[in-house]
Each structure stands twice: as C-alpha cells, then as structure tokens.
Design a protein around this ligand. Structure first.
Ligand SMILES: Cc1cc2nc3c(=O)[nH]c(=O)nc-3n(C[C@H](O)[C@H](O)[C@H](O)COP(=O)(O)OP(=O)(O)OC[C@H]3O[C@@H](n4cnc5c(N)ncnc54)[C@H](O)[C@@H]3O)c2cc1C
Length: 533
C-alpha cells in the first residue's frame, strides 16, 4: 500500500497531525493501535490544557516552562509553544473541534491554576479533559475523507532505504524513512505501507515501570523503532514520576491529585505513623520529587507495597464535595476515602525525552517526523511543567503537518524502493515468556533506573536488560508475530535506551536523580565500556 503520509499513533499529537495534513490536501493513513480509547495517554489527561489567563503573556509562560526544565529546556521550544499555543487552542480545539471546555455561569471559560504556573491559565473539561479532546478529535478524523484509519493496527518497524531496500546502492543515500511494516491485529497479516512522509506519534513509555499512571499503549514503541532505524534520541533519562497514584494491583494507577496534600492529607505508613518530617522540613507538602523519593525509600526500607494518604480527619461531606472524582473512583473499588486511608505509590508519569526533533518535528532521519510525547524538541528539559503536554501535541502536530505539506509539494514524484515482503514465522509466541519478561523489565527499571539511581544499580540493570534483550530477540525471530511480542521487543529496547541515557548523564538534576555517594566514597568513575553503544 502507498500513502502520502503515514501517522503511527492516534493520540492528540498523531490525530492533530493527521487532520491538519489531510485538510491541507494530503492522503493520510492513520494507525490506531486499539479500538479501546483507554489505550492512549491522551484519554487519561485529567487536569487540563494551557490556554491564557488574565495578565498572562507568552513571556510569562515561556519563563514558567524554562524554570520547570531545570536548566535543560530549549528556550526556543518553550517560546514556540507559548506564542502559538493559546491561539491554536482557540482556533482548533474550541472553534474547529468544539471541545466542551467548562465555562462559568457568566459564559467565560473556567480558567484554573496548577502547580508551578505563575497564574491561572488552564482550560479543563471537569477532570476529564483528555477524554473530551479525544472524542472531538476522533469524530473529526472519522469525518475526514482523506484520512484512512487503520485499526487495530500496530507498526512493527520503520522502513529505511539502508535497512530495507533491495537495491544495494540505496545504502549510500542519506538515511531515509519510506514507511513501515504494519501488523493488522484483526487478521494477523503484516503489510508493507510505503509512505512519502512518516510520522511517529506513539506516546510515552510509562509501561516500562512497575508503577505507572500510563495505559498499556505506552511501552516505548516509537523510541525502539526510531533507535533501530538509526535516529537520534535525546534526554531519555528524564522520566517524570508522580508522587501519589492509587495502589490497587489489578487496576491502572489512577492519579491521586497533589491538591489532596495541599488540603491537609497526611502521608502515613501501614502503622499510621507519619514519615515525611524525616525527609523534608515541609513534611507532606514537600516538592513532588522529594515526596516521590521519600515514599520510594520508605517502601524499600519496610518492604511494604504502598504507603497511605490519610484524609479521614476531615469532614466526610467536605471530602465528597472537594474531591468528587477521586471519591467516586475509589468507591468503585470498595474504598471509602472518608473513612479509610488511600493506598498510594509513586508512578512513572511522563517521558520528557524522546526522538530528537527540530521545532517542526523533523527527526535526524530524512522523511521521518516525530510529535507528542515520543518526540523531544527540548521543550520539557529535565522536568515538565504541568499541563504542557496536550498543548505540545497540538502545537507541534500543527507545525509538523504544515512542513509535511510543504515537503510533499516539493517532492511530488516520490519513487519508492523495492522492499521485501515480511516473512512470517510459524511458532506461536509463549504468553508465559512474555509475562515474565515484562515483569523483569518493570522491576528492573523500577528498582535500578527509577526514582533514585546509583551507578551500581544501573550497572546491574545493564547486565539484566542486555541478557534479556538477547533472549527476546531470539524468541522474536522464531515466533509468530502479535502485538504482545512487538511490545516486548520494543519494551526491552526502550528500557535500554533510558538506561543508557541515565548512565551517561552524570549530573543529578530535574527528574534524573543520581545518588553518587557510593561512587565518591569508592573514588570510582564510570568505565569507558559502560558508555552507551
Ligand atoms: C493520568 C494522566 C494524566 C495526565 N494529565 C495531563 C494533563 O492534565 N494535561 C496535560 O497536558 N497532559 C497530561 N498528561 C500527559 C498527556 O496526556 C500526554 O503526554 C499526551 O496525551 C500524549 O499524547 P500523544 O499523542 O503523544 O500520545 P498518546 O495519547 O499516548 O497516543 C499514542 C498512541 O500511539 C499508539 N501506539 C503506540 N505504539 C504504537 C505502534 N507501534 N503502532 C501503532 N500505534 C501505536 C498508542 O496505543 C496510543 O494510542 C497526563 C497523562 C496521564 C497518563
């Protein structure tokens, strides 16, 4: 199959890129990995999206983003978002897609404030902003005749001239992407989709960790595919953790808002004793990374699976009024937060790094673009400012679509190279191996490449993950392909990419917390053979 633009992933970033490119005249093929909208991070975004508040300005927003990024944010990326973001929210989300953002009785938008923003500037749809944006976006995509939605379909690997062309002389061309191998999950068939321009929009990688707020689509597929194709990756050590997610083993780690601690909830151990005063003078109100690491340390010391957030000293009616969604969500699981403390753990939440791009989504591979959480424009630096990521998908999706349109016009007669069809294997994949290997990835990343990293922990992780990758590649080469196997192969590759980035970055800052006391005591340095390959 041939298409002008292949977009891999249908969250806010991929959806907006597909829609804008199609409306500018391109034939777009959009891969939707699952019928279930819950499999994308966009669906879970609760708080809201940056707009503009009274007294706000692009300068002020740029300043807030840059100060959250702990010295690593690229100012030009923050400025692009701050200058174009609010206008695009108005033009695309409000005017074109009709997203039902909450309004006050006087008809004005209900603008709220979030941590580390200098003033209120956030638009929201109750606490279901992502869900509402996704519904409006998918409706527009379904109504757009130039978009072919392929679902359920999952990209296996990017096609490049040097890796996949049957013409041996193509390896002398600059590294160029020409589409992807794609598995149709309904039929089990693998298709070669040739595209003049290919866009990675596969979201984040929270699933690499034992505890995460992300749904199971966030397993780092785009990072792994880009790495195998030879693209530059950037800032992957900066994985942001949320300090308090609901600990309920069978379910996803539902976010427990930080405002609960602001309203007086106490963090306690299983025996009811508070512990935060031992970690920070502000106790339970310490900054989010301090709280997350303190909980992690307490869990390592006690061996318990979770700590508790206790609000039971507050009036029950007030709790129900102040936290209606958290109250309802916990009650569904049999937990009455007016009478019982809430079991919580920190959880991997957002990947600040990703596939390196310029401010229009161009990667280091020709005709390959990346947008949204899988991409790294430098916007988030070492730490993300709350509520910037939906806006990032919108702004950089629009910018990439515009440049893709220009590229299509410039290279009107794209010729595709001859590509070998996919060769399928016969052996069924063993679900026990997949399950166990995922547990190995998740525990290794959580304990050794998680909230508090040391050289010793990361070296241990390196041994485990390298060995696992050899096993998984062997298993992958012999087995009949399915989505779970594709995910496992990508999961171990993405985990190694995060680990290598963390090993290489010897500065502890932002969401990369490096404890070097062991190294300093031993006077040791990272040996050259530990450098990323
Ligand atoms: C609980 C939670 C709360 C959040 N709250 C906010 C908030 O209030 N404000 C804010 O701005 N941000 C918030 N975020 C972050 C924000 O939701 C995400 O960063 C953003 O939605 C990412 O959008 P995306 O389009 O890049 O990725 P996604 O929405 O994750 O979409 C990626 C899609 O690609 C698919 N995919 C993956 N691999 C493949 C493959 N190989 N082939 C085909 N498809 C593939 C996935 O299944 C998924 O459907 C929150 C995130 C979470 C998890």
């Amino acid at each position: 199959m041939e298409t002008d633009v292949l977009v891999i992933g249908s969250g806010i970033a991929g959806g907006i890129t597909a829609l804008e490119a199609a409306q500018a005249g391109a034939r777009v093929t959009l891969l939707h990995r699952s019928f279930d909208p819950e499999k994308k991070n966009t669906r879970w975004a609760q708080g809201g999206i940056i707009f503009t508040g009274p007294g706000d300005s692009p300068d002020l927003l740029t300043q807030d983003i840059v100060s959250a990024g702990a010295g690593v944010t690229l100012p030009a990326a923050a400025r692009a978002l701050a200058e174009q973001g609010p206008r695009l929210v108005q033009e695309i989300l409000i005017d074109k897609l009709g997203v039902p953002f909450n309004r006050r009785p006087d008809g004005e938008f209900d603008i709220t404030e979030e941590g580390a923003h200098s003033l209120p500037r956030i638009l929201h749809c109750e606490d279901r902003t992502g869900m509402r944006i996704n519904e409006s976006l998918m409706a527009a995509i379904l109504a757009e005749p130039r978009i072919t939605l392929r679902q359920p379909a999952v990209a296996i690997d990017l096609l490049t001239l040097s890796h996949h062309s049957r013409n041996p002389l193509d390896m002398y061309e600059p590294n160029t992407c020409v589409g992807a191998y794609v598995l149709d999950r309904a039929t089990g068939r693998v298709e070669t989709i040739l595209a003049r321009e290919t866009v990675l929009a596969t979201g984040g990688l929270g699933e690499l960790y034992l505890h995460t707020t992300n749904p199971d689509g966030a397993r780092g597929d785009g990072i792994a595919m880009a790495y195998r194709a030879g693209a530059r990756l950037l800032n992957l050590e900066f994985v942001q953790f949320h300090p308090t997610a609901l600990y309920y083993p069978p379910g996803p780690r539902f976010l427990i808002s930080e405002s609960m601690r602001g309203e007086g909830a106490r963090l306690v151990l299983r025996n009811g004793k508070e512990f935060m005063a031992r970690h920070h003078p502000l106790g339970s109100l310490a900054p989010r990374d301090v709280v997350a690491r303190a909980i992690h340390d307490e869990l390592l010391a006690s061996g318990d699976p979770c700590v508790y957030l206790d609000l039971t000293h507050k009036n029950a009616d007030w709790i129900r009024r102040r936290f209606p969604s958290i109250y309802a969500e916990c009650l569904k699981l049999g937990l009455d937060i007016t009478r019982q403390p809430i079991p919580v753990v920190p959880a991997a939440h957002y990947s600040c790094g990703g596939v390196a791009t310029d401010l229009d989504g161009r990667t280091t591979i020709r005709r390959l673009w990346a947008v949204g959480e899988v991409a790294c424009t430098g916007l988030h630096g070492a730490n993300r400012l709350a509520s910037t990521s939906l806006l990032e998908g919108l702004v950089f999706g629009v910018r990439a679509a515009r440049e893709i349109g220009a590229a299509l016009q410039k290279n009107e007669d794209a010729v595709f190279p001859p590509i070998d069809p996919w060769v399928s294997q016969k052996e069924p994949s063993d679900p026990a191996l997949i399950l166990q290997d995922w547990l190995t990835i998740k525990y290794t990343m959580w304990n050794y490449v998680g909230l508090a990293r040391t050289t010793r922990r990361m070296k241990r992780a390196q041994k485990i993950l390298r060995e696992l990758q050899t096993e998984v590649e062997d298993f992958y080469a012999r087995s009949r392909l399915d989505d779970a196997l594709i995910g496992l192969r990508n999961g171990v590759q993405a985990a190694l990419a995060v680990l290598y980035a963390a090993l290489q970055d010897r500065t502890s800052r932002g969401s990369h917390y490096l404890d070097r006391s062991e190294d300093e005591a031993a006077g040791s340095q990272l040996a050259p053979q530990d450098a990323p390959i």
